[in-house]
Design a binder for this molecule. Structure first.
Ligand SMILES: Cc1cc2nc3c(=O)[nH]c(=O)nc-3n(C[C@H](O)[C@H](O)[C@H](O)COP(=O)(O)OP(=O)(O)OC[C@H]3O[C@@H](n4cnc5c(N)ncnc54)[C@H](O)[C@@H]3O)c2cc1C
Length: 384
């Protein structure tokens, strides 16, 4: 097909959208600012809804082979006593899709393998964009300019092009900062997903395939705090020294060079994703805090829904508007619910922590799962 489609950003949103468009016969080209694209060295979870979207794109079985099936997930206090136990297996049985944990690099490699080398152009950081009745013009930091017919904006939470389209949509800091790493699980032996909520912060552990273990730690802090920016593994060990095993063990085998650190950001729900010939996707459109593990899941849903709308509509502009109609409410719900969940999980006042923990111990597990239920039950695929 002759439409020249530019995709900005080679993250999960951009790569999955490129695959979806190629399945319709288009030949989109992804422009990515990084010099190399390999997926950062951390893990993440993909819930049933993302696996369903991959299934609609025909990728589910290959993707699933890279994932560690998450059959159970527990939230506990800093002594390791259970507060909530969700039962993904029951939800799986009901909605016929599984939850998995992945190493990001594995998923990136798989998605890139679906694209020909000419579909990915590296070292191109877009700085501005214009559109007229006939097409879009993109300018890059290296001085190059590019003209195309349509633009998919998937350049992440700090999207330069979204900032131009919606200047008020600045990334907002969630109030906590996060370290992540992947270590050798043969030295720790974690078999299920566990997240610990303590007054000094949150610590999560999830096994990955290949005997690897992904951990993350979230601590309340001012934005871009110099004190925490200087944190090394030894500082995290001191910070979490009173947390239950296997937290202490996982930290003890982490190397400084494996630590990833960033402040947690989202964006206030937008009112639009479609701007004529341009469409916002993934974190550029609806970045959310990671508390529901849904950011990448929503990027994958985006690709499946965009494909479905492009198949049904006469023009790209119509498909973009229809996409927006199907995505605004669902992503808004996730951004808002996830932000609230983060507030609860990151409580640091010992009295409030104790009240929260006692309440959670009294809650039936079915209530804890109700949030997930809404996610899975909503028919995001409609008439796919
Ligand atoms: C700590 C943490 C844990 C998380 N855990 C989970 C989880 O368990 N499950 C889940 O579903 N999600 C999770 N997420 C969210 C998930 O990582 C994101 O939602 C997802 O990666 C977004 O993908 P994206 O492609 O939209 O954006 P990104 O991954 O940010 O990709 C954007 C790409 O665009 C490129 N780019 C940026 N600017 C430009 C430019 N101007 N020009 C060209 N290219 C540009 C970047 O280099 C990058 O490659 C987590 C996030 C964090 C921070």
């Amino acid at each position: 097909m002759k439409e020249r489609i530019i995709i900005l950003g080679g993250g999960i949103a951009g790569l999955t959208a490129a695959i979806a468009l190629r399945q319709l016969g288009y030949e989109p080209v992804v422009y990515e600012s990084a010099r190399e694209l390999k997926g950062i060295g951390a893990g993440f979870g993909l819930a049933s809804n993302a696996m369903k979207a991959f299934e609609l794109l025909g990728l589910e079985s290959e993707v699933a082979q890279l994932g560690y099936p998450v059959d159970s997930f527990r939230i506990c206090d800093e002594l390791g006593r259970a507060l909530i136990e969700t039962d993904p297996a029951r939800l799986q049985a009901r909605y016929q899709a599984e939850n998995y944990a992945f190493h990001r690099a594995d998923l990136h490699k798989l998605l890139m393998a679906y694209l020909p080398s000419e579909a990915l152009v590296l070292s191109h950081r877009a700085v501005s964009f214009k559109q007229d009745d006939d097409g879009v013009d993109l300018s890059f930091a290296n001085g190059e300019n590019l003209r195309g017919d349509y633009l998919l904006v998937a350049d992440g939470v700090h999207s330069a092009i979204r900032q131009q389209l919606v200047p008020s949509a600045r990334p907002r800091y969630a109030g906590y900062t996060c370290w992540r790493a992947v270590v050798d699980n043969r030295l720790v032996g974690v078999e299920e997903g566990v997240e610990t909520w303590g007054a000094k912060g949150r610590f999560g552990l999830t096994p990955l395939i290949g005997d690897r273990l992904y951990w993350y730690a979230c601590v309340n802090a001012p934005a871009r705090d110099a004190h925490y920016a200087a944190y090394r593994v030894a500082d995290l060990q001191a910070h979490f020294s009173h947390y239950h095993e296997p937290v202490v063990r996982a930290l003890s085998i982490t190397k400084d060079e494996d630590l990833l650190w960033n402040d947690i950001m989202d964006i206030r729900p937008l009112r639009r994703f479609a701007y004529g010939r341009a469409l916002l996707l993934g974190d550029a459109a609806h970045a959310t805090t990671p508390n529901m593990g849904q950011g990448a899941c929503q990027a994958i849903e985006d690709a499946a829904i965009l494909k479905s709308e492009l198949r049904k509509r006469a023009t790209f502009e119509e498909a973009f508007i229809a996409f927006e109609g199907r995505r605004l409410k669902r992503t808004q719900y996730i951004i808002e619910t996830s932000r609230r969940a983060g507030w609860l999980a990151q409580l640091s006042n010992p009295i409030l922590v104790s009240v929260r923990n006692n309440l959670f111990r009294l809650l039936p597990n079915s209530l804890a799962a109700s949030q997930l239920k809404r996610l899975y039950e909503e028919d995001f695929i409609e008439d796919y």
